[in-house]
Design a protein around this ligand. Structure first.
Ligand SMILES: [Zn+2]
Length: 311
């Protein structure tokens, strides 16, 4: 039984036909005209039509970067796309004449790791996506946790530091401001501006312009062994571990899966996170400390997870 998974990001629509083992057997992409909901939907319908010309599918799962209602049909709000209380499922069903379910993109990716990736042995999983921003997905007792309005698992805007860094959400001190690519880049630029010699190789790799420093560059230099870049990654790893220890007090996960662009730094990020997690965990002498696993599905996760949820 095949289904189609669609991953709608800020710049492109990626779609694939997925089988029951989580394998993508055909794929295609369209660019995302982020400002126009109808054009996004037409792009999805066009990609789906292309895939269906070669494959029989039973349904469509859509992962969207935004708040998705608990009904799994409505995009309530998306920061980088034009949807506001849009019934995406209904609009798409009209265009493609197949059942459609909509899921938050981080939830779709988390579901893919739970079903086919780094957490297939677990019943209780927490996944964090450390990219430009911070995403979260919760699976408890084998079920994706969506919350009463579909807003569960949004760990980015938990308060990490009262009165801390301003966040794009309008509040201060959110966990995302300390644990994601934005934090990496901000700290690197600040340290470079003070003439910190440890930031020298990073500025050089950015062509001498500290404004060109970005997350992927820091991750790459860290992988190559640069001490300054490694220190930056370790710092956000520490914050991540501390934040996850708080979350563990609530959820008691069996395994924590870490994905997203910064997770390419692997143990350079995960080891400091593990250490801070264990150090901040309540009753740590009397419980099993959840292992941190690197995500395995990579950028296929959104498509595979959405497709599996549609099945
Ligand atoms: Zn925030």
């Amino acid at each position: 039984m095949l289904s189609i998974g669609v991953d709608i990001g800020g710049t492109k629509i990626a779609a694939g036909v997925v089988d029951e083992d989580g394998t993508i057997i055909a794929a295609t992409t369209r660019s995302t005209p982020a400002t126009d909901p109808e054009l996004i939907e037409a792009g999805v319908a066009d990609a789906v039509a292309e895939l269906r010309s070669e494959h029989d599918v039973v349904g469509i799962g859509v992962g969207a970067a935004g708040f998705v209602g608990a009904d799994r049909r409505t995009v309530v709000f998306a920061a980088n796309l034009a949807w506001r209380h849009r019934s995406l499922a209904e609009e798409l069903e009209r265009l493609v004449s197949l059942p459609v379910v909509v899921e938050n993109d981080a939830n779709a990716a988390g579901w893919a790791e739970f079903r086919f990736g780094a957490a297939t042995e677990a019943e209780n999983m927490l996944m964090v996506t450390v990219g430009t921003g911070l995403g979260g997905a919760i699976v408890m007792n084998g079920q994706l946790v969506r919350g009463s309005g579909g807003f569960a698992g949004e760990i980015a805007h938990m308060t990490a530091v009262p009165q801390g860094q301003w966040c794009g959400c309008g509040r201060r001190g959110c966990l995302e401001q300390y644990t994601a690519g934005t934090a990496l880049v901000r700290t690197a630029k600040r340290r470079a501006a003070t003439g910190d010699p440890l930031m020298g190789p990073l500025v050089q790799a950015a062509g001498g312009a500290k404004k060109e420093i970005d997350g992927p560059l820091i991750t790459r230099l860290a992988q190559q062994g640069d001490p300054g870049a490694r220190e930056l990654i370790a710092e956000i790893g520490g914050w991540l571990g501390e934040g996850l220890a708080s979350i563990a007090a609530l959820l008691d996960p069996e395994v924590i899966v870490v994905g997203g662009g910064v997770s390419a730094a692997s143990d350079l990020l995960l080891d400091p996170a593990r250490e801070a997690y264990a150090a901040n965990l309540t009753a740590r002498m009397h419980r099993t400390v959840a292992p941190f696993e690197q995500a395995r599905m990579g950028n296929r996760a959104g498509i595979v997870g959405a497709a599996d949820l549609a099945r």
